[in-house]
Design a protein around this ligand. Structure first.
Ligand code: FPP
Length: 219
């Protein structure tokens, strides 16, 4: 079975930096570079969707300096994507509770969505101020108000569930990521920190996934 949709929890940036005597934000900066490389890798490998956990609803608990640095890296990426996405064939969708984001971020997101609507093919979903429980509550409210089906009210409406979720950084948990969508997703964990992850690591996880028997509750 092939992987159409890969989800990644980009964990271990802080520990990657600490191991090098660098400030935590240097880990996030390197993590953003790894994300760029892995996005190209997934596009070239023929995947349809890549969904990454960039900033959670719980990450606001970090110091103002670190939160600001992560959000700036995201804004810089969106700005760069606006210039490159048409040429590079990457559609972009930002997922999460976007209301508390800066006006700059909201304007950049609107522009990337406009450009994405004119493209087809590989899509990156960037989860920003995202939490699975928050998404489920927002979707339940919207479904009750609009009468639309619950799944059509999720941030991921129209996107197939992830086939495989990779979490580097050594922890073995979902951390409030895609709780609804990962009901039958295969999980892959590695002790490597996110900034050290390469295309070869992604290929190895996909290769191992292909040997698994997915029964979705059947036999
Ligand atoms: C988790 O590692 C990582 C985050 C909370 C932030 C992830 C953000 C990026 C990779 C940059 C985002 C930018 C783009 C362009 C996608 P951690 O800080 O919790 O690491 P630790 O567990 O080692 O402390």
């Amino acid at each position: 079975m092939a992987v159409k949709h890969l989800a990644i929890i980009m964990d271990g940036n802080g520990r990657w930096a600490k191991a090098r005597g660098l400030p935590r934000v240097a880990g996030h900066k390197q993590g953003a570079e790894t994300f760029r490389e892995i996005a190209y890798h997934c596009r070239d490998a023929g995947l349809e969707y890549l969904t990454v956990y960039a900033f959670s609803t719980e990450n606001w608990k970090r110091g103002e300096f670190e939160v600001g640095a992560i959000l700036r890296l995201l804004e810089d990426y969106l700005e760069e994507a606006i210039e490159k996405m048409v040429r590079e064939g990457i559609r972009l969708k930002v997922i999460g509770d976007l209301a508390p984001l800066s006006e700059r971020a909201k304007a950049l997101i609107a522009k990337t969505e406009e450009l994405s609507s004119k493209l087809s093919g590989f899509q990156v979903n960037l989860c920003v101020n995202y939490g699975g429980r928050n998404e489920i509550i927002r979707a339940a409210r919207l479904s009750a108000e609009s009468g639309k089906a619950f799944e059509d009210c999720l941030d991921t409406a129209g996107i197939p569930d992830p086939d495989l979720l990779i979490r580097p950084g050594g922890e073995k948990r979902l951390s409030n990521f895609l709780l609804w969508q990962c009901a039958y997703t295969e999980l892959s964990f590695t002790d490597k920190f996110w900034p050290d992850i390469t295309g070869a690591d992604i290929d190895a996880a996909i290769k191992e996934f292909c040997c698994r028997s997915r029964r979705f509750g059947g036999i």
